[in-house]
Design a protein around this ligand. Structure first.
Ligand SMILES: O=C[C@H](O)[C@H](O)[C@H](O)COP(=O)(O)O
Length: 241
């Protein structure tokens, strides 16, 4: 099975969990793209759902698939978000943001009673940090913010190169929210909760790609089949209206 087949298998398993009437968070990335395509097939077959996309890219795909869309203003509480990840550890802590969508992804996941991660098995790690941690920052004060990020991370036991993300044509990558991404090559992150708190305390940091306490389950596909982690039916409390 190719990596692409594995991603599609995991997505297919997640699509089978979608029920009529659900309010869905639609993730971003190459794995979530399979989910949106398969969901589109079910919608065209008569399934009634509402989707809240986590990026402009996913919005465009979902629209083309004919999936009815909403946003968190009209639909502030979601039943289920299905999204990919760059890394998943044994406690279902994640690194996300390789595609630059981490901020909307985290807002949507936090508004969802369930977040199921779909991935191929290359994303499973014992310790988070092999994948550089994306940190979303406002453009104003970038130089000072980078220094403060470096010091905050060092206080949490993390040191490494901080690189401003650029696109293939070397222009700066700008998120859907108009921010920049700093990719932090920390290597193994000894205490993700501590690093999360430290980074969020830096003025200029909007958010980061550590997702802690958000994923309720993961569906991971390998050439040997599908494994699930956590409880696919488990729900989290979300803020009540
Ligand atoms: O910003 C992008 C997202 O966090 C993606 O979910 C993550 O990068 C995984 O993407 P992919 O499924 O393409 O590996």
């Amino acid at each position: 099975m190719s990596v692409e087949d594995a991603k599609r298998e995991a997505a297919a398993r997640a699509v089978a969990l979608v029920e009529d009437g659900m309010r869905l968070g639609l993730g971003t990335g190459s794995t979530a793209k399979h989910f949106v395509a398969l969901l589109g097939e079910r919608v065209r077959g008569g399934l009634s759902v509402i989707g809240v996309p986590t990026s402009e890219r996913t919005r465009a795909q979902a629209e083309a698939e004919g999936i009815p869309l909403s946003d968190l203003d009209a639909t502030p509480q979601l039943d289920l978000t299905v999204d990919g990840a760059d890394e998943i550890d044994e406690d279902l802590r994640l690194i996300k943001g390789g595609g630059g969508a981490l901020l909307r992804e985290k807002i949507v996941a936090a508004a969802s009673a369930r977040m199921i991660v779909i991935a191929d098995d290359s994303k499973r790690v014992a310790v988070l940090g092999r994948f550089p941690l994306p940190i979303e920052v406002v453009p104003f004060g970038l130089g000072a913010t980078k220094l403060a990020v470096r010091d905050a991370a060092a206080g949490a036991g993390c040191r490494g190169d901080l690189r401003l993300r650029r696109q293939a044509d070397s222009s700066l990558f700008v998120t859907d929210g108009g921010h920049y991404i700093v990719d932090a090559a920390f290597g193994a992150i000894p205490d993700p909760e501590d690093l999360s708190r430290a980074l969020l305390a830096v003025p200029g940091v909007v958010d980061h790609g550590l997702f802690i306490g958000l994923a309720t389950a993961a569906i991971v596909a390998s050439p040997h089949g599908i494994s699930t982690y956590g409880d696919l039916t488990k729900t989290r409390m979300v803020p009540r209206s």
